[in-house]
Unconditional design. Structure first.
Lengths: 531, 298
């Protein structure tokens, strides 16, 4: 081959290549042109449709509310949407719970807290095709303002809390848009466990729920739980205030561990360290010594226990009671148990819907109790357990399984989920517990149980500095460390007793739930510090 | 004053100045004792007067016995017989032997309340009344139907027997005793039989025992729940039986009398009953066992 030939061949090749490239380019250009044409066509179409979208002003995404204007528009609560509002034109603000488009109409379920209502956007003289499309595309959990006519329905809408009416939407504006991907679906989060297993549907595990607590708290179950919890606090305060108790506030940063030395959180406190209060007991008792007679407090309590169980939290809300009594510490038991009974009665009579809502997801037997509360003595409990085949000594403490068994035995005989166990052995109680006057092996102390789980531990406290010193040295407690505590009883102290309950535990056991994290809004345990 | 360790209950009032002459205290105690004896004497005389005005009634033994000592064994003499709780209910294992009765407040179990009174005369009974959460409220007289609280009620160990009445929404009266060894007993008649056995053995003669059982059933099925016709028939039968003796079965008061008494009075006024029945009702009244319970009927 000559050089020319080679060159020629190369040129040819290059030519061929450029030809190919040209062709490619041409094709691409054609494609682009087609695309442009299509787009133009689409745009034109859109323009034309936009032009005949008569409902353009009736939907859209509102500008972010920055308080630009103060409308006097009345927003009706979803729970108030009943048949007597029929044919009225009203405004509602709610979340999109679900949406389902079907040809020329779109069904929405609008939710406000635990209430929801069906809404319909249908092509007609008020809504255009575009408006229906827009409504169908609003993401779930977005907040919308809707203007609609309330219409009675012939068949009850079983899936909604407002069963007698639906809304015929005339305007819809998005106030706050939710991201399209939700970390968990609300309907999955409220699905009863059994049902999910049967139908192979999804449920949400607890950690996912707690990680995304803001969404989880929107569920009907969570709404009901925390409304009930608020009710417990309210009833606790009301009942005690009526009984002449004074609500007090106690410090949470303390210099010495209040109950023994173990399981307290240490925090740095300038150049030294301090502790987080395990219980307000010392301060409650000081208030009694200061003649407040009967006190209670509601506040956080900290326990540095590394126990990962269904009923332990490292921070919880303590409802604490302390009162002076006249002659017998049963006056204290009577006061506390009556307070509990008033709470239970209040919940039974005023929170039935919340209880039913929780029961839908977590079925449980209704909470039963007696008035006045049943009181059993420790020796009886031991005898009952022995009769049931448990081997235990007279002065052994009750183990958790034995507590549960005892709860079952008591329930079977008395049909109550709440009772008091009185007269615990002195050896299993803290040093400040008053010994029994007739038998030094026992003490004037008591526990209260709900559904077989301990919710309150209390006692008559020693109000005599000398006896307290004796008992403390018997327990080998460094007297120097509790000097301030003992000193509070040196200047005359009324006989007194008390106890404290955990709000989360009471709610959990009242509702028959199985994990205390469900009744703690933002639970703290050894493995969880956020959210 | 000694430090309060919960060894005294609140029933006594606080002494204002803390110092009282022991001699004065002793005098007061003596005076109280004399007054108490006087009241008992008065009650005994009144009881005797009643038996005189209704000649057929047996001598009221409860009244005469209340004059003697206060030990529980001797204060009940209406029903003779030996009843040892350990033999009847099994060995005491340390837990209070508590009889739990679930009753519907719409139908107070009068018979059981009468038997409760008798049990209290025989044993140290810890009586408590509760309302179950299935019932929203009950009339106040049903809360006090077991009498005032025992002064020792804060120490459960001091009692031989517990009598726990729970007002509950139950279709049928129910008694629970030993949950592990015994199924619940249903129906007022059956519970009455159980309680009566703690007071006196059934007649050893099987025929008499059957007769007692038969009257108890008649009382609860025909008097208490039967139609007007059935009630009239039972009243006629009672009248005939009481024409033969002063008590329904045998020569002394039995469960038959207690059950029939309660059911007769529950079904209508005493004045509308035949003569023998009226006389018998009066004799029952004179025993003084039914008074407080019957007040519930009003």
């Amino acid at each position: 081959m000559t050089k020319e030939e080679v060159q020629g061949a190369a040129q040819e090749e290059a030519q061929a290549q450029s030809k190919k490239a040209l062709k490619k380019q041409q094709k691409e250009a054609e494609k682009a042109a087609k695309k442009a044409e299509k787009q133009a066509k689409l745009a034109a179409e859109e323009q034309s449709t936009e032009e005949d979208d008569f409902a353009k002003e009736r939907y859209g995404v509102s500008a972010m509310v920055q308080s630009q204007q103060k409308l006097d528009r009345l927003l009706v609560r979803v729970q108030d949407l009943t048949a007597d509002k029929a044919e009225q034109l009203i405004w509602v603000r709610a979340r999109i719970h679900t949406s389902r488009a079907k040809g020329k109409q779109c069904f929405l379920v609008l939710r406000q807290q635990q209430f929801n209502v069906q809404a319909l956007v249908a092509v007609g003289d008020r809504a255009s095709k575009q408006m229906v499309k827009f409504a169908a595309n609003v993401t779930k959990e977005s907040i919308v303002d809707v203007e609609a006519v309330v219409k009675k329905v012939e068949q009850k809408i079983e899936s909604c809390s407002q069963q007698d009416v639906e809304l015929h939407v005339e305007r819809i504006f998005v106030i706050s848009q939710a991201e399209a991907r939700l970390p968990l679906q609300l309907e999955d989060a409220v699905r009863p466990e059994g049902e999910a297993d049967e139908e192979g549907r999804a449920t949400v595990n607890q950690d996912t729920k707690l990680d995304n607590r803001v969404i989880d708290l929107r569920t009907t179950t969570s709404q009901a739980i925390f409304r009930l919890q608020s009710g417990v606090c309210q009833l606790f305060r009301d009942t005690l205030t009526k009984k002449g108790f004074v609500e007090i506030q106690t410090p949470k940063i303390i210099s010495a561990a209040s109950e023994g030395g173990a399981n307290v959180f240490t925090v740095s406190y300038f150049k030294t360290s301090a502790y987080l209060a395990q219980s307000p007991q010392l301060y409650k008792q000081m208030c009694i010594c200061a003649d407040f007679d009967k006190v209670f407090c509601v506040g956080p309590v900290f326990r540095a226990e590394d126990s990962n169980t269904h009923r332990h939290l490292t921070e919880f809300v303590g409802l604490d009671i302390e009162m002076a009594f006249n002659y017998h510490y049963h006056e204290v038991i009577d006061s506390i148990t009556d307070t509990m009974v008033q709470i239970f009665k209040g919940l039974r009579d005023n929170f039935q819907t919340e209880i039913q809502t929780v029961n839908k997801q977590y079925p449980s037997e209704p909470f039963k109790f007696l008035e006045p509360t049943l009181r059993l003595e420790y020796t009886e409990a031991v005898a009952m357990l022995r009769q049931a085949g448990v081997e235990m000594g007279d002065e052994d403490d009750l183990s958790t399984p034995n507590e549960k068994l005892l709860g079952r035995l008591v329930k079977e005989k008395y049909d109550t989920d709440f009772y008091v166990l009185d007269k615990y052995p002195l050896s299993v109680r803290p040093f400040y517990t008053m010994p029994d006057p007739s038998d030094p092996k026992y003490s004037n102390s008591y526990d209260m149980f709900m559904r077989g789980e301990e919710i309150l531990s209390g006692a008559q406290r020693i109000h005599d500095a000398q006896l307290l010193t004796e008992r403390a040295s018997h327990h080998q407690i460094d007297l120097e460390k509790i000097k301030a505590y003992i000193d509070s009883f040196r200047y005359g102290a009324p006989p007194h007793g008390g106890g404290g309950i955990g709000l989360e535990r009471v709610c959990m056991l009242y509702l028959g739930l199985h994990n205390v994290r469900q009744t703690s809004m933002f639970p703290r345990d050894p493995k969880r510090l956020t959210p | 004053m000694p430090m309060y360790q919960g060894n005294r209950c609140a029933s006594e009032h606080a002494l204002q100045n803390g110092e009282v002459d022991p001699a004065v205290k002793a005098l007061e105690a003596r005076q109280d004792e004399i007054m108490r004896k006087l009241y008992e004497l008065k009650a005994a005389v009144e009881g005797l007067a009643k038996t005189v005005t209704t000649p057929d009634a047996d001598l009221d033994l409860t009244v005469s016995s209340s004059l003697s000592s206060h030990s529980p064994s001797s204060s009940c003499s209406v029903l003779q017989g030996t009843a040892d709780l350990n033999a009847l209910l099994g060995q005491d294992l340390g837990a209070l032997r508590d009889i739990v009765i679930n009753a519907n407040p719409a139908q107070p179990p009068l018979t059981l309340l009468v038997l409760h009174g008798l049990l209290c005369q025989r044993y140290r009974v810890l009586s408590t009344v509760h309302i179950h959460s299935s019932v929203s409220s009950v009339p106040p007289q049903l809360l006090s139907c077991l009498g005032p609280r025992h002064a020792d009620s804060y120490i459960r160990q001091r009692f031989q027997l517990g009598f726990t009445l729970i007002w509950k929404d139950v279709p049928k009266l129910q008694m629970k005793f030993s949950v592990q060894n015994m199924c619940p007993i249903e129906g007022e008649a059956n519970v009455a039989r159980f309680l009566f056995r703690l007071l006196a053995p059934y007649p050893s003669d099987p025929a008499l025992a059957t007769l007692v059982d038969s009257w108890v059933d008649t009382a609860f099925f025909q008097l208490a729940e039967g139609s007007a016709k059935e009630r009239a028939a039972v009243l006629r039968a009672l009248n005939a039986a009481l024409g033969r003796g002063s008590w329904l079965v045998g020569s002394e008061l039995s469960l038959a009398d207690i059950a029939c008494y309660c059911c007769v009075l529950r079904s209508g006024p005493a004045s509308s009953t035949p003569a023998n029945v009226q006389r018998w009702l009066k004799s029952c009244d004179n025993l003084g066992l039914f008074g407080p319970t019957m007040a519930l009927l009003q």
